[in-house]
Design a protein around this ligand. Structure first.
Ligand code: WTA
Length: 635
């Protein structure tokens, strides 16, 4: 039996049992046998969820880039590590071998050092999906700088908030980016953001679209000349297993995004372990995850997990719709993709288009299909299974979170029988449970409750940057001694888990987590707006879309509603980004509130979902009369 690579269901159960009975022995053996450490640990695990404090591989020393790059140079130097597929299919794909990756990461790391970055400094990376993104992430890790990648679809305001929160010393960006037929002025967004960020000393700019941009003297530098002049070797910094590797922001129920802090050793072990098992990666496979590295999926399953296994990982710059709806499948055929990992929202959008876009291409290389980011509905699952996998490639519906660092509940292909909409079973080392609202664990099956995790796993986030208190309050307070995920879940007779969705004020739109609070803050900035409330409602392609209830000030009354709607969406785009725009905006004279003044979102959600006839008892509201009125005005 191999603990590292599970090949069938019996092995899974054996390995799972060991991981629960002897977690330290289990993870200790995996860490020792499959990774390179400069110094072994003194203790595998130390934990206390009441503080909360978790340490894995205490006292061990390592550098993650040695594990992701250097150690492969003996056997895989000429193997493609990163295969870059540009936005425009007429531009040649760019394979980067492990040898070249080593050289480019070392050069980049030397540039960072030369510009004053050292261990522990925070570096913000705001780049499109071009090789420099993966390389700069690894370059930070090489010298122990903490990377904070911000998805390049975020607005200047959202970028500035994140840069300031982590006091980033450096910004890495590009002149612009390609997105289908459009170009985006990334450097312009960075310039605007940096007007309110005094912490950033230097900006390194990669050239991608050759646009004419402003370069601030003494602050901004073109990247390429610096790289060309840099040494091709860079000694990796010796890191403690618990040193932070990166910060990645995720939305929360309140306005300020949460900078989740991930560790070096535990994160490496878990992202690599799960990559191997969930995708059943074999030495000559070509693996493609369509996510952006700006999200956790890209961190763990485009960069670190695949590279730690010596895999070939595809990085795609473009979008599924350009030049046409066949682009994904054209890439699958072109690079003979073996494992394909995407989001349900993409599958739903692709499924709406003519099947000829799929049928044109040879997809026979595919072995495993994956989904992530939101629940997959049954129809989309079948479309994926029938038309992409041809009923021959198991679908891994992988449940996890920015906070968990790696996949937590998922089938292991060729081992776990799949059922549409079920993420199925916990991976080795993961101990989920369901809780009722009173805080009692629900034993027995079936059960439906709030999904918690009872025991630490190596890649869990260790804190929220600069706010450990919030980390504790958000994840470890609702249920004693347990990590609370914020999701609801169902466990069926056989113990399979199905994620039923968020139970807090986070809404997942096209796979992106959006907190309602920051969106409401943006709406309320409009001079004509007095108050607002945002809820989600079901949407065919996006999974959920956003519905805003807006109360106008007296000065706003009489103004054209359509104009106001576009101004509000413009504000949201500026403050957060286009992903947070509202699909529907209803102007109303009041919002249902409890006697303590809290907006009753449950009621607003039902009205937005067209379930307004089934509201239950509303008599305890401060203003029950408003409900009928809101129902009448629905848009
Ligand atoms: C949701 C993405 C159902 C869930 C890796 C979670 C899912 C949130 C699934 C985290 C899935 C993710 N089925 N729901 N397979 N995967 N989710 O932080 O609500 O962007 O809490 O991490 O996405 O989103 P995040």
């Amino acid at each position: 039996m191999s603990q590292y690579h599970i090949k069938n269901l019996e092995e899974y159960f054996q390995v799972y049992r060991k991981s629960v009975r002897e977690p330290e022995a289990f993870w200790g053996e995996i860490a020792e046998e499959h990774f390179q450490w400069k110094k072994p640990w003194e203790k595998v695990l130390d934990w206390d969820f009441t503080k909360p404090e978790v340490q894995w591989f205490q006292g061990a020393k390592l550098n993650i880039t040695e594990n992701c790059i250097d150690r492969h140079l003996h056997t895989r130097a000429d193997k493609t590590a990163i295969l870059f597929e540009p936005n425009n299919p007429d531009e040649a794909a760019q394979p980067i071998t492990y040898r070249q990756l080593h050289e480019r990461v070392c050069q980049f790391a030397n540039v960072l050092k030369e510009k004053g970055i050292s261990k522990g400094d925070r570096v913000c990376i705001y780049l499109p999906m071009i090789p420099e993104l993966a390389i700069s992430v690894l370059a930070c890790a090489r010298i122990g700088a903490i990377h904070s990648v911000v998805f390049a679809g975020f607005s200047a305001t959202a970028l500035a908030t994140r840069v300031n929160d982590a006091s980033c010393k450096m910004m890495i960006t590009s002149d612009g980016s390609y997105r289908g037929a459009k170009t985006i002025d990334l450097k312009g967004i960075v310039d605007e953001a940096l007007e309110s960020c005094s912490c950033v000393e230097n900006v390194l700019v990669a050239k991608r679209i050759n646009s004419d941009i402003y370069m601030k003297k003494g602050r901004d530098y073109w990247l390429q000349p610096l790289l060309d002049a840099a040494h091709k070797n860079c000694t990796p910094e010796v890191m403690d297993a618990e040193d932070p590797l990166f910060i990645l922001y995720t939305s929360g129920s309140t306005g300020q995004p949460k900078g989740m802090v991930h560790s070096t050793g535990g994160y490496m072990v878990y992202s690599a372990y799960t990559f191997k098992n969930i995708f059943q990666y074999q030495e000559n496979d070509v693996y493609w995850c369509t996510a952006d590295i700006g999200w956790i999926t890209g961190h763990s399953y485009i960069v670190y997990g695949p590279l730690a296994n010596g895999a070939t990982t595809v990085m795609f710059e473009g979008v599924p719709t350009y030049p046409d709806w066949g682009r994904f499948w054209q890439i699958v055929e072109k690079h003979k993709i073996n494992q394909f990992y995407t989001a349900p929202t993409a599958i739903r959008a692709l499924a709406k288009e003519n099947l000829s876009h799929v049928e044109k291409y040879d997809l026979s290389s595919l072995k495993v299909l994956g989904t992530v980011g939101e629940p997959i509905n049954e129809e989309a699952w079948h479309w994926y299974n029938d038309n992409i996998g041809k009923k021959n490639s198991p679908i891994v519906d992988t449940w996890w979170q920015t906070e968990t660092g790696g996949i937590m509940i998922s089938p292991i292909p060729f081992a776990t029988p799949t059922i549409p909409t079920f993420a199925t079973l916990p991976l080795p080392g993961i101990q989920p449970c369901l809780m009722n609202e009173q805080g009692t664990e629900l034993d027995g099956n079936p059960a439906h409750g709030r999904l918690c995790i009872k025991f630490p796993w190596p890649s869990m986030a260790r804190t929220i940057w600069g706010n450990h208190r919030r980390y504790k309050d958000t994840y470890f307070t609702a249920f004693e001694n347990k990590y609370f995920t914020g999701d609801g879940a169902l466990r069926d007779q056989t113990g399979y888990y199905r994620i039923t969705g968020r139970v807090d004020d986070v809404i997942i739109v096209s796979g992106h987590n959006l907190g309602t609070a920051p969106i409401e803050d943006a709406i309320n900035e409009h001079p004509a707006v007095a108050e607002s409330a945002v809820v989600g409602f079901p949407h065919d392609i996006k999974g959920n879309a956003l519905y805003g209830y807006v109360i106008l000030k007296e000065t706003g009354e009489g103004r054209d509603h359509d104009n106001l709607r576009s101004e509000i969406n413009q504000l949201i785009t500026e403050r957060i980004g286009p992903i947070a725009k509202l699909n529907k905006i209803q102007f109303t004279s009041g919002l249902p509130k409890t006697r303590s003044g809290k907006i009753m979102r449950r009621i607003l959600r039902k009205i937005a979902c067209d379930e307004g006839d089934n509201l239950g008892d509303i008599s305890t509201l401060l203003n029950p009369e408003i409900v009928e009125q809101i129902k009448k005005e629905v848009v």
